[in-house]
Design a protein around this ligand. Structure first.
Ligand code: 0RA
Length: 653
């Protein structure tokens, strides 16, 4: 049977129609498959929240991207329609419309839309690799949609089919008109009875589409948001592919050299695409993808690249006399300092492993990428000698800084081993050594420190006064930071090391409590300290050992009794609850203004205080927070302090 003949010219009840009993019978078994998806959506798309909702979009788009990867599609249009649907349209070959060999009476297109895992891999035609959402197929999108409309332009015809209630065809694929173009359009309405939200997020979608455009050199992706009040359109097309992405990522920084290096090759059945450029910064920004899917946990492709990178740069630097005979080899981290790189691989059967299934597991890829990088990076360096020199020299400086930081760390360790018990002179220690009960209060300024010393319970409470605003650790080099006396005191008092050496099992106190004034300056100091702990003692935060004390801002007399008030909100509450009206509030200018009894009662005594435990819900969120704290933007930092209140839990202790 000819493909075009298979689909019906009109709804005349002939062959394969809804009235045909054989059509119904095969439809039932197929729908059982889709029913399984509706019963356990999480198994197919991860969740029924916003992330799962967007997986539907990725799945359809990735099918179109597959066509582009096969060299058959140049443009993809993604539109959020005013009626709540998402439409994905491409100019690829079109899903085949003829009868499917294993499903008599059904078009291949209907099979693709209704049979799990029937994706684009059948037919063996030109489909070397397939991205897709880890291969679940567009039928999953159909199963989780209240309605889906399919339109195919192929073989001079325009064919349509509509599905309802999770994949039930309202009729067979039907030729509705003649057409001179090719392509596939899928329009779907996510099922409101399945998803917690059916509202697409524009930024989530545009970010992903933009990455897809970078990864597929020359592919045009147009995004439109036609929802009421949105009205947005953007086009992504990068003639340089991932090299353009590297240039973009380094744009806000200062590139170390002008040219972005790049190579593309095919080796051992894997397509390998790499782009790289160093900047003058200190961070490593390697991003990798497998079949268009971000591999945030790295894996075989990253390992292969890193191994070859270290080897090639060392070899090249020695051959050019930049590294002398007496010099040690540069370590991987030295070479990667300030490197922005994209590694994109495509292979037939990608294995995604790791905690978030974001790590490429296929071991052969390591060797393939290593081999490709060995060859092509060397060629690039030989062709870009000036660039190679600054890259190698930057690696050398990084190696020097690394050994200087190590010496500084050893110095701190030796210092703590030598002077007395190794504790800073300013620390007023507590008697107990049982971390189940001990606490250290980090207090700003000597006068507040004096009050705290009198207010504490010497059995289990220690006091460490620190001077003024501590160094902003985000903008100092590690080495400079370690030379700062306040930081040294903090490190030795906590007693568990710093940075990579930090060992949370060695902490000397179960609670590290930041005690700063309730005013703006106090808030700033608290942020600097939080930054320090997030950055250099992250496990302390992760294990819930970091707390914020809550000193009051005001005191007043209510019914002859002294009442302490933490902030203006609480002050308003007290005023509102007070029937006499006309309360007089005394504002504490600083911690030092409170007498020890007041400080004990309001802030320090476990019987009457409120502590806030600083928690990091996920490392990912913490990284995000760090990004904000690391940047130069004072505004973003300020906003963090305010927002931080929602990241911490209130604990009544
Ligand atoms: C199966 C086989 C072929 C293409 C496709 C599926 C296909 C699927 C989608 C989904 C969205 N857009 C798509 N475009 C194509 C190959 C057909 C051939 O060899 O002509």
């Amino acid at each position: 049977m000819l493909m075009a003949d298979m689909a019906r010219e009109s709804d005349d009840g002939r062959g394969g129609g809804p009235d045909d009993p054989s059509y119904d019978a095969s439809a039932i078994t197929v729908l059982e498959g889709l029913e399984a998806v509706r019963k356990r959506p999480g198994m197919y798309i991860g969740s029924t929240g916003a992330s799962g909702l967007h997986h539907l979009v990725w799945e359809v788009v990735d099918n179109s991207v597959d066509e582009a990867m096969a060299g058959q599609c140049t443009r993809i249009d993604v539109t959020l329609l005013a009626n709540g649907a998402c439409r994905v349209s491409d100019d690829g070959r079109g899903i085949p419309v003829g009868e499917h060999a294993q499903y008599p009476g059904k078009s291949a297109a209907e099979v693709v839309l209704t049979v799990l895992h029937a994706g684009g891999k059948f037919g063996g035609s030109g489909y070397k690799v397939s991205g897709g959402l880890h291969g679940v197929g567009v039928s999953v999108v159909n199963a989780l949609s209240s309605k889906l409309e399919l339109e195919i332009h192929r073989e001079k015809g325009c064919f349509t089919q509509t599905f309802r209630n999770g994949g039930t065809p309202t009729g067979p694929l039907t030729k509705v008109s003649r057409s001179s173009r090719r392509g596939t359009t899928v329009t779907f309405w996510p099922d409101e009875t399945i998803f917690e939200t059916v509202e697409f997020d524009r930024r989530t979608i545009t970010e992903r589409l933009q990455i897809s455009a970078y990864l597929n050199k020359g592919l045009t992706i147009v995004f439109r948001d036609e929802r009421p009040g949105h009205d947005f359109e953007e086009e992504y097309r990068y003639s340089g592919g991932i090299a353009d992405l590297v240039a973009h990522l380094n744009h806000a920084k200062e590139p170390l050299h002008r040219t972005v290096g790049a190579f593309t090759t095919e080796l051992e059945g894997a397509e390998i695409d790499v782009a790289f450029q160093w900047n003058t910064g200190y961070y490593e920004g390697i991003h990798s993808y497998a079949n268009g899917i971000a591999t945030g946990e790295g894996g075989a492709h990253e390992e292969g690249f890193k191994k070859a990178l270290t080897g090639v740069v060392n070899k090249w630097a020695r051959a050019r006399g930049i590294l002398k005979e007496k010099d040690d080899n540069l370590q991987g981290e030295d070479v990667r300092e300030g490197l922005t790189a994209i590694i994109s691989v495509r292979l037939a059967d990608p294995q995604f492993e790791g905690q978030t299934k974001a790590k490429l597991g296929n071991t052969f890829v390591k060797g393939a990428v290593e081999k490709a990088t060995n060859e092509h990076l060397l060629i690039w360096l030989d062709g870009h000698v000036a660039e190679g020199k600054v890259i190698a020299q930057k690696g050398q400086k990084a190696a020097q800084a690394r050994s200087a930081a190590k010496k500084a760390r050893e110095l701190i360790r030796r210092k703590s081993a030598l002077d007395g018990a190794g504790l800073p002179g300013k620390l007023t220690d507590c008697a107990s050594r049982d971390t189940a009960s001990t606490e250290v209060f980090i207090v700003e300024g000597d006068s507040a420190g004096g009050s705290a010393k009198e207010a504490r319970d010497p059995k289990f409470q220690a006091i460490l006064p620190i001077k003024g605003k501590i160094l902003n650790v985000e903008r100092a080099t590690f080495e400079k930071m370690l030379k700062n006396t306040e930081i040294q005191n903090l490190v030795t008092a906590v007693g568990a090391g710093i940075g990579d050496d930090f060992d949370v099992t060695k902490i000397r106190y179960g609670k590290v409590v930041l005690l700063a004034d309730a005013d703006v300056d106090g808030g700033h100091i608290r942020t600097l300290l939080l930054t320090f702990f997030f950055r250099q003692m992250r496990p302390l935060v992760e294990h819930g050992h970091l707390y914020l004390a809550q000193p009051p801002l005001y005191s007043t007399i209510v019914g002859g009794k002294k009442v302490y008030v933490r902030d203006d909100r609480e002050r308003n509450r007290v005023v509102g609850a007070h029937k006499g009206k006309a309360l007089e509030f005394q504002r504490f200018k600083g911690l030092g203004e409170m007498n020890p009894g007041e400080l004990r009662e309001t802030t320090m005594s476990p019987e009457s205080r409120t502590l806030i435990r600083v928690t990091v819900e996920q490392a990912a969120i913490a990284d995000d927070v760090m990004g904000i704290l690391m940047g130069d933007s004072v505004e973003a930092r300020k906003e963090f302090i305010q927002r931080n209140a929602s990241d911490v839990r209130f604990l009544d202790i």
